[in-house]
Design a protein around this ligand. Sequence first.
Ligand SMILES: Cc1cc2nc3c(=O)[nH]c(=O)nc-3n(C[C@H](O)[C@H](O)[C@H](O)COP(=O)(O)OP(=O)(O)OC[C@H]3O[C@@H](n4cnc5c(N)ncnc54)[C@H](O)[C@@H]3O)c2cc1C
Length: 433
Amino acid sequence: MARVAVIGAGVVGVASAYMLCKAGHQVTLVDRNAGPCAGASVRNGAQLSYAYGDALASPSLLKHLPGILLGRDPAYRVRLHADPEFLIWGLRFLANTSSARYLSNTRYLLQMAAGTRSLLQEVLDEFQMDFDYTVSGKMILFPTAASFAAAQSGYALKTSMGIRQQMLSRDEATAIEPALAHYRDEIAGVVYSPDDAAGRPSEFCAQLIGHLTASYGLRTRYQCEAERLLTRKGRVHGVMFRNYETLDCDAVVIATGYGTKLSAPFSPAFSSVWPVQGYSVTLPATEGAMQTSITDLKRKMVFARLGDQVRIAGMADIGRRRFAFEQDRFAALKEGAQAAFARGFASAEEQDAQSWSDARPCTPSSRPIIAPGKSRGVFLNYGHGTLGWTLCLGSYRETAGGHARPRNLTDTPAPGRALATRHSKGEENERQD
Ligand SMILES: Cc1cc2nc3c(=O)[nH]c(=O)nc-3n(C[C@H](O)[C@H](O)[C@H](O)COP(=O)(O)OP(=O)(O)OC[C@H]3O[C@@H](n4cnc5c(N)ncnc54)[C@H](O)[C@@H]3O)c2cc1C
């Protein structure tokens, strides 16, 4: 049994803590916030998109890039500026928009998502959990015949991987999800994934931590900002916090999302992760609300049913490492939602709407960074981009040819050796250089 510190109590850190507890380790979960799941995970789109693990960098995004840069797509806001890290991240992102890279990255993410799906079932078999989890399926609404036709290659990839999907007409989709009758715009076609799910990440994290504490002796330390790893002869033996307190351990998992302002190793390597800001609003469901998760491709907006509420999320703002809540972007999200559906959720203006914003920790390829760190016993698990909730459990299981399986965690190899055997060039995980 090793003493393992997991830094970061978002969905990825909590999922890592679960896997480590199950493997018999003594785990301490650390976060700088006052409780778990208070970063990018807390009020995200809530979709467990097992069938939609699509990489962000794609040929279709490349096609739309001029319009995005000219500010013609309301879902995106790009602020170009002369930050070398952002520019290099951007070039690496562009290199991933080729069809071959997109399909390879997407295949990788779909495999990881499948891992989450099966591991989540194990969690639910072991623990009583209530986080408004439903396997409600997901529908992607395509606005034009051309975009629906272009979806064919993704559909072929997914069906070849055994993922259940159907390409439906609007009428066929409305027969399954009557809320589509209230969708105000054209729908040229719908891709339906009946096995996709939704659930509240915040409740999932809080409840899983409670179970792990009771059943596996998980320890938690909140309001502790990890500042430095303590190493001896190249191996980690502790973590020092900002207040100079220390935590002794044999291994560390770094699950810090898009990282911190602090120096390495808690900040991602140069140009490997960039924050892409988004917004969400959570509203009471009203008559005619959707049961199925919906992605409105025209507005790049997602709708998920969570008990008696509907969570609406969207917007992708990129450019600055530091970001703030911008009222006009939140207003655009609310207006977009009302423009999409004539009914199904209360008006945000009339309600005490739960507004929220944070950033997706995006890598250029959309593959998370899953790799040994610079010191032995350190393991990186961050950069899950637009899909962290969907990937969180599979991400730990996917860990690289066994190098970071929980039982091997205290014997991670020298950096550079890990992962190299599993993928060909250009298909590797994002790395910490
Ligand atoms: C608008 C929006 C909608 C989204 N919708 C979906 C969706 O529908 N489905 C989906 O799968 N994904 C979605 N995502 C993506 C998903 O939310 C993220 O990928 C995921 O939350 C990342 O989880 P994480 O645990 O890596 O990061 P976080 O949740 O940010 O957790 C990292 C934690 O590390 C802590 N930390 C950082 N540095 C330190 C330090 N030095 N010491 C101590 N603690 C530290 C932070 O406080 C934080 O709590 C969405 C994201 C956004 C922004």
